[in-house]
Design a protein around this ligand. Structure first.
Ligand code: HEM
Length: 150
């Protein structure tokens, strides 16, 4: 799995994630609120309770953040997550919307310490994960989509 981050950027992301972990529920709530403001069409794709979903999202993010310098250890997990997201109906462009929403939520939680270098590091971390999720989903076309093709 190809990382887009330098070692220093990995450290920045990890240190800032430690700061937001105690308020992970608030970060997740802001993330989903912003996500649905940016694209209300995404809302119906979420079937389970958003609080529960927020916990799952932040837990997987924690795993990924911890493994930023050792991405190969989580490649299988990230690829499976990407394939499941295709089944939920998530398209590649939705990852851009989610990146914007997550950066917003982190900025809201971290305040002025969320400066440009931290923002860039987080954008890179999200890109790194998204790229692998999207690639895995594209390598395994969803059966529903395959059926629609002639
Ligand atoms: C780094 C990127 C992401 C992570 C770590 C992540 C994490 C998760 C996790 C852990 C789940 C629980 C179910 C499972 O494990 O399969 C989930 C479900 C889901 N995610 Fe994500 N996700 C990411 C990106 C996205 C994006 C970009 C979207 C759409 C904009 C999205 C929409 C959904 C939806 C619709 C579900 C299903 C919820 C349900 O079952 O009701 N996710 N995600």
């Amino acid at each position: 799995m190809q990382s887009l981050l330098t070692r220093d950027e990995c450290r920045l992301v990890q240190a800032s994630f430690a700061q937001v972990e105690p308020i992970a529920d608030r970060v997740a709530a802001t993330f989903y609120r912003r996500l649905f403001e940016l694209d209300p069409g995404l809302r119906p794709l979420f079937k389970i309770d958003l609080r529960q979903q927020g916990v799952k999202f932040m837990e997987k993010l924690a795993v990924a953040v911890t493994a930023l310098e050792n991405l190969d250890s989580i490649a299988t997990l990230v690829q499976a997550l990407g394939r499941r997201h295709a089944e939920y109906g998530i398209a590649a462009e939705d990852y851009d919307t989610a990146r914007v929403a997550l950066l917003f939520a982190l900025g809201d939680a971290l305040g002025p310490s969320f400066d440009n270098s931290l923002r860039d590091a987080w954008a890179g971390a999200f890109e790194t994960l998204s790229a692998e999720m999207i690639r895995a989903a594209e390598d395994t076309p969803h059966p529903r989509i395959t059926r629609l093709r002639p």
